[in-house]
Design a protein around this ligand. Structure first.
Ligand code: ADP
Length: 478
């Protein structure tokens, strides 16, 4: 099938979180299955400034709906196209929240279709992601609906995080350039003064996927539905949960260029040298005897920092653990981890920022990886941790529930530490479980190897997307 895949971020060109990883790895896996992929994302300043080999293939493609012209740039990989429109994308960073945020991603949405027109390329599937490209399904049914090029195109919308919906005031309605198709907008909400990108994707896409089976269920409940649960329940026959995967080219302890000492399940000793390197880089005292807890995360309320701070501080104070945190985001969390590091020099370290090499070193060098998320659509770091023999401590929610099982020493089964309650008590209990098991080296290695044996490859997950593509195109009966 010909698949047009549109995303606000695509690693390694642009990335702030899991979306960027998925938009890179999933199209790659689909291509290896035999599909033909065109991936479209914006030419942010960091892409043009980066060391990528890019080719200006189609200059000055017009977008009649909004009266703009963009250049279509192709990467050396032959799959990734960039929409070069400097007035919108030539700014620092990826997401901006300037007054024209909606216009930036509407332009991306139009541009992806105009690129198809210029190439005479007729997609079978138009796969879009998160609120940024949420108007694509409606565009395909309205302004682009009469173009024979898109007559076969079926839309698939993937929710990577329902917490970000792209809700704007109704003053943006003209920017949607829907003309006489304006009646297709959610009229009641328009009258109430708002337009939601995510909501229109849920109404008009042919299939809705999200990034884990548990999250697919959770978002249909009032507790996790962010106000859209009723709409999702209404479409529940078309809602599918597919866990994200990991890209073994990028996340593989036996070939990771960021690790001073590569290792595998059969030679776990290699992990010690990475732990030593991590402790040195974090300026933590070099004694390897302490359970070293790693965290790599966006610092947002979703990630459960609130319930982790005190249990971590108590165990640091008692001298039972070491802590290495990498993250950036909300100031209150940056300050809290800053205090923790200052209060426990030589035991705790906080690096405020985004750092690919440190993220890999934490996965390779820490003993456990903590993800106490309030909610977690899929989560990637727990899967990286499993692959790196760094058992994850997670809360039983979303993709964490689908990818980590609590270790049972009696049977030697399980891959990490799983707690249920979103509370300090929950984190404390799980940390103590890990501390106890860590004393038993034989058991600990069984736990590590169980995690390393998990198959979270994208090849498996791509098969599930393939099934949905065939369902919406009518090749396969539901
Ligand atoms: P989310 O998409 O909610 O941020 P995921 O666990 O799905 O969470 O994906 C997070 C991705 O971003 C992982 O690849 C992780 O390593 C990376 N990441 C997050 N914060 C940082 C950081 N400060 N430095 C480097 N990588 C980071």
């Amino acid at each position: 099938m010909k698949v047009l895949f549109v995303s606000a971020e695509v690693a390694p060109y642009s990335k702030t979180g899991g979306l960027g990883d998925v938009a890179s790895a999933l199209p790659g896996a689909l291509e290896r299955m035999g599909h033909e992929l065109t991936v479209v994302s914006p030419m942010y300043r960091r892409v043009s400034d980066g060391a990528h080999r890019l080719h200006d293939v189609y200059p000055e493609i017009p977008i009649p709906a909004i009266g703009a012209r963009f250049d279509a740039i192709l990467a050396d990989d032959g799959r990734n196209w960039f929409v070069d429109y400097p007035p919108y994308f030539g700014r620092e960073g990826i997401y901006r929240n300037d007054g024209d945020e909606h216009s930036r991603f509407l332009l991306l949405t139009h541009a992806a279709l105009e690129l198809c027109r210029r190439r005479g390329w007729s997609p079978d599937i138009v796969h879009v992601n998160d609120w940024h490209t949420g108007f694509m399904p409606l565009f395909l049914r309205s302004i682009y609906g009469s173009d024979p090029l898109f007559a076969r195109a079926q839309s698939v919308f993937t929710i990577h995080n329902l917490g970000y919906q792209g809700v704007f005031g109704s003053h943006i309605v003209d920017d949607l350039a829907l003309g006489s198709s304006r009646y297709l907008l959610h009229q009641e909400h328009l009258r109430a003064g708002r337009v939601s990108f995510m909501e229109h994707a849920l109404i008009y896409s042919d299939a809705i996927t999200t990034v884990s089976p548990t999250y697919a269920y959770e978002i249909q409940t009032p507790e996790h539905g962010f106000g859209l649960d009723a709409m999702l329940r209404h479409r529940s026959r078309d809602v599918f949960g597919i866990l994200n995967g990991i890209d073994p080219e990028v996340w593989n302890p036996s070939s990771d260029p960021y690790l001073p000492s590569p290792y595998s399940a059969s030679e776990l000793e290699g992990k010690h040298a990475n732990k030593a390197a991590l402790l040195a880089r974090a300026r933590i005292d070099p004694d390897q005897g302490f359970l070293t807890v790693g965290i790599v995360t966006r610092l947002s309320a979703q990630k459960g920092i609130e319930i982790a701070l005190r249990p971590l501080a108590r165990r640091l104070d008692a001298g039972h653990i070491r802590l290495v945190v990498l993250g950036s985001g909300e100031r209150r969390y940056e300050e809290a981890f800053g205090w923790l590091a200052a209060a426990f020099p030589g035991r705790a370290h906080f690096q405020n920022g985004y750092d690919e090499s440190m993220a890999h070193l934490i996965e390779g060098g820490a003993d456990v990886f903590l993800m106490p998320s309030l909610y977690e659509p899929s989560g990637l770091n727990q899967m990286y941790s499993l692959a790196y023999g760094t058992p994850p401590i997670v809360r039983r929610t979303g993709g964490l529930a689908d990818s980590v099982t609590h270790y049972d020493p009696a049977r030697g089964e399980g891959t990490g530490f799983v707690f249920d309650h979103y509370s300090e008590g929950g984190v404390g209990w799980a940390l103590d479980q890990a501390l106890t098991l860590f004393q038993n080296k034989a058991q600990w290695q069984i736990l590590q190897r169980n995690g390393m044996a998990e198959d979270n490859s994208w090849e498996r997950r791509a098969l599930e997307y393939d099934r949905i593509y065939r369902r919406v195109t009518g090749e396969e009966q539901p």
